[in-house]
Design a protein around this ligand. Structure first.
Ligand code: NAP
Length: 262
């Protein structure tokens, strides 16, 4: 694997994924870009070949479709030039839980969790064998805030955060770097695609600013990067508070407050 390994990016046809493609191309990385909209992928590939002089391959894939997912998995398993996986494709569904359509929720879970997991799983053995490689998983600050009322979306992103932290623990010592990126509201198509009411949208970070910040975290090998969080000590305190509970989980007797006569 070279110092400029190829980068496979899912959801590269728009927004954060397209911006990652632009930035990695300008750093001199060849790309494999993945999404459903082939016309947009082809246009991006042509632009980046011209502007950055890198090779760009396009894979048209619907990540809810098992056969398509298998094609991307095979590419990650077999193409030793790929040294970075950006698990970025994702979607949201507007509305309250009880009003969301089951089919929409299923699609959301398939793209935001199953595809992320399967692609990381496909590439990991090769990265471990090589003793290097990087996986960037795009999560969301929503994963930390059930109070936002985006329950299914936030739950999938909590999965992404846990997966990333767990993989960093398991694969980090084998030379594989795993980064969870937790953007907050960022100006992309995700809002209109989800059918969000434009008048209800929060203030947004510009997508280039978000990805550039995430790449600073990447270069520093941060395990978790939260571009909008100005006080990094708050995240550190949150992690420390979690770890303080660890010895408690090892108790073999129930806490006194759960005794029937308490
Ligand atoms: P976006 O502009 O809507 O981009 C989503 C990308 O995912 C598109 O390239 C889309 O491509 C792809 N995608 C969606 N469904 C797919 C499927 N079934 N198969 C393959 N690709 C699929 O939104 P974005 O904001 O850039 O989102 C990128 C990531 O950032 C997501 O994981 C999202 O959850 C996360 N995020 C976004 C924000 C935000 O405020 N924007 C905040 C936190 C986290 P096709 O339609 O061509 O398939």
């Amino acid at each position: 694997m070279s110092d400029h390994p190829a980068v496979l990016i899912t959801g590269a046809s728009s927004g954060i994924g397209a911006t990652y493609a632009d930035r990695f191309a300008r750093r001199g990385h060849d790309l494999v870009i993945v999404a459903r909209d082939k016309a947009r992928l082809d246009a991006l590939a042509e632009r980046l070949r011209g502007e950055a002089g890198v090779a760009v391959d396009v894979i048209q894939a619907d990540l809810t479709n098992n056969a398509d997912l298998e094609v991307v998995e095979a590419r990650l398993r077999d193409d030793a030039r790929i040294g970075v996986l950006v698990n970025n494709a994702g979607l949201s569904v507007a509305g309250r839980f009880d009003r969301q359509a089951a089919s929409d929720i299923a699609r959301l879970v398939a793209v935001n969790t199953t595809a992320v997991l399967r692609l990381a799983h496909a590439v990991s053995p090769r990265f471990v064998e090589a003793g290097r490689g990087a996986i960037i998983n795009v999560g969301s600050a929503v994963s930390l805030v059930p109070e936002f009322g985006q329950t299914v979306y936030g739950a999938t992103k909590a999965f992404v955060l846990y997966l990333s932290q767990g993989l960093a623990f398991e694969l980090g010592p084998k030379g594989v770097y795993v980064q969870a990126v937790l953007p907050a509201a960022t100006g992309t198509e995700i809002w209109s695609r989800a059918g969000a009411d434009p008048s209800q949208l929060p203030p947004m970070m510009e997508v280039g600013e978000m990805v550039d910040a995430a790449l600073v975290g990447f270069d520093r090998r941060e395990p978790v990067t939260i571009p909008p969080l100005h006080d990094a000590g708050q995240w550190d305190a949150f992690q420390a508070a979690r770890l303080v509970m660890l010895p408690g989980f090892g108790q073999v007797t129930a806490a006194p407050r759960y005794k029937a006569d308490a």
